[in-house]
Ligand binder design. Structure first.
Ligand SMILES: NC(=O)c1ccc[n+]([C@@H]2O[C@H](COP(=O)([O-])OP(=O)(O)OC[C@H]3O[C@@H](n4cnc5c(N)ncnc54)[C@H](O)[C@@H]3O)[C@@H](O)[C@H]2O)c1
Ligand SMILES: O=P(O)(O)OC[C@H]1O[C@H](O[C@H]2[C@H](O)[C@@H](O)[C@@H](O)O[C@@H]2CO)[C@H](O)[C@@H](O)[C@@H]1O
Ligand SMILES: [Mn+2]
Length: 442
């Protein structure tokens, strides 16, 4: 089995340690020769890197080389895989996004509504630069991207790099939801065969089968409605915010029982209730700073101080293992089924061909091979078309630096609707994002 050379971009991420555990867990199926960390923030990177160095010495003796750098050439030369998880502006800007939206009485969220637009307009520039940098040094490397908002990033990258067929955007939400389905059904998550359609953070499971082809959909729906729905992945199971989100997904299923919803639809279907639940002084960004980020920083510092990771409880989480398993399938032509983002091109014939849709696909060494979904019913088509128009309008606004299109985009978004509000929010976001956004022309 050919060993892979991997670079992790945004290696200072709160998800890096979980991802490293996934690399260790999958080392027989995705064997690595070399791992390189790349980040623009030396300090964030060093903490994770020093802890990883110790972890790899103890648990990944087969690895020939581990290093970390802020130099692009050093990072991107001769690599096979690039895993990307960057956050332009950091969690501090995420907090701004959430608070600005809430100040105007609308959903304040990382990837949905005005927050998602603000974050998207920060991510696009860095992601385009990054893909260009990687391609300069490793023209054939697989780039697997987690960077959010994945819908807007995927749309922008598809326009900027239309011929790049080794660039794949993914999201861990569908698989995280499937972990909860698996628990309810008493089967292994990797034995679930899902049918799914939508945009990123905007989709529905239409069928849930097991490997033998048994249709478990109706049984699953009944169980969720009767006995509840909760997050089960280790990383989110005890998080109150995620528990509320999964509980709300049960309510969505009661209200719209045809298909099983992605949890993110709560922001579009019940925007007022979502706003009411929020404490503007303690939004999700602050919870993550005090929760996941603190936990990871403390963990790394303990490992570094003690010189060992043996005393720590470290877990493989869905985020890391999904990325690694997808990479395995691409590297070794396994043709395994994953829900990923691809250009529509008739997969859903009653949506535009150029839409970036999230659907099941077989991952092969020549790229994702999506399954045909077929025409979707009017309710879902209507919702998706509105959201797609918003996403495409945000990307149009970015490339044309058009203020008018930004206002139009937010007016299209279900979490905003009011043109007056859209304009006021855009004006506030422009001020807050001065360091990150292009200058929009009025
Ligand atoms: N697609 C998904 O389903 C999914 C799931 C989880 C997280 N994410 C995304 O993963 C990313 C990381 O999340 P996090 O909470 O760990 O954020 P984080 O801020 O902890 O980590 C991001 C890292 O990226 C670095 N960075 C920023 N700009 C960079 C650039 N241009 N080049 C290299 N490094 C850069 C930062 O210095 C930081 O260390 C975010 O975009 C988040 O939204 C996506
Ligand atoms: O609010 P956060 O930062 O906790 O999470 C936002 C992300 O939520 C989804 O991803 C993951 C989660 O981050 C991870 O810990 C995992 O175990 O479960 C979640 C659900 O899959 C979402 O897909 C991401 O796009 C968000 O960034
Ligand atoms: Mn996601």
């Amino acid at each position: 089995m050919r060993k892979q050379r991997l670079v992790v971009v945004g290696s200072g991420s709160t998800y890096t340690m979980g991802m490293m555990m996934s690399l260790i867990a999958e080392k027989d199926r995705f064997p690595l020769k070399e791992v390189v960390f790349y980040d623009t923030d030396e300090q964030r990177q060093e903490r994770n890197a020093k802890a990883t160095e110790i972890l790899f010495k103890e648990r990944y003796s087969e690895l020939e080389s581990f290093s970390y750098t802020t130099d692009k050439k050093e990072a991107f030369e001769n690599v096979d895989f690039v895993f990307v998880q960057i956050r332009t502006g950091g969690l501090a800007m995420r907090e701004q996004d959430e608070q600005i939206a809430l100040r105007h009485g609308v959903v304040g969220q990382e990837t949905c509504g005005p927050g998602g637009m603000a974050y998207g307009l920060r991510s696009i520039k860095d992601m385009i630069e990054l893909v260009n940098d990687v391609r300069r040094f490793s023209p054939n490397a697989w780039i697997l991207n987690y960077t959010n908002p994945a819908a807007i990033v995927a749309e922008a990258l598809n326009r900027e790099f239309p011929k790049d067929d080794r660039l794949l955007n993914i999201c861990d939400m569908p698989i995280a939801i499937m972990i909860s389905y698996a628990k309810i059904l008493g089967i292994d998550v990797w034995d679930i065969v899902p049918e799914y359609f939508g945009l990123n953070h905007f989709g529905w499971f239409t069928k849930i089968y097991d490997k033998e082809g048994n249709d478990l959909t109706e049984r699953l729906k009944e169980r969720i409605i009767d006995t509840g729905f909760s997050p089960e992945d280790e990383a989110i199971a005890n998080d109150i915010s995620w528990q509320k989100t999964f509980d709300q997904a049960r309510q969505m299923l009661i209200d719209f029982p045809e298909f099983l919803p992605n949890t993110y639809l709560q922001y579009y279907l019940y925007p007022e209730a979502m706003v009411e639940k929020e404490d503007p002084n303690h939004t999700r960004a602050r919870q993550v700073i005090e929760g996941r980020q603190k936990h990871v920083h403390d963990l790394c510092e303990r490992i570094i101080d003690k010189g060992t990771a043996r005393e720590e409880e470290l877990h493989v989480d869905v985020h890391g293992v999904f990325m690694v398993k997808a990479a395995e399938s691409l590297a070794y032509n396994l043709g395994e089924r994953f829900i990923v983002l691809v250009e529509n091109n008739g997969v859903i014939p009653n949506l535009p061909a150029n839409a970036m849709v999230e659907v099941p696909a077989l991952l092969t060494s020549s790229g994702p091979k999506p399954f045909s979904v077929g025409e979707i019913p009017t309710f879902y088509k209507g919702l998706i078309e509105g959201q797609l128009a918003y996403e495409q309008q945000v990307v149009d606004a970015y490339f044309e630096t058009s203020y008018q299109k930004l206002v139009q985009a937010l007016t299209l978004n279900r979490t905003v609707i009011s043109a007056t509000k859209a304009k006021e929010i855009v004006d506030d976001l422009i001020v807050a994002n001065e360091k990150y956004w292009p200058r929009f022309k009025k």
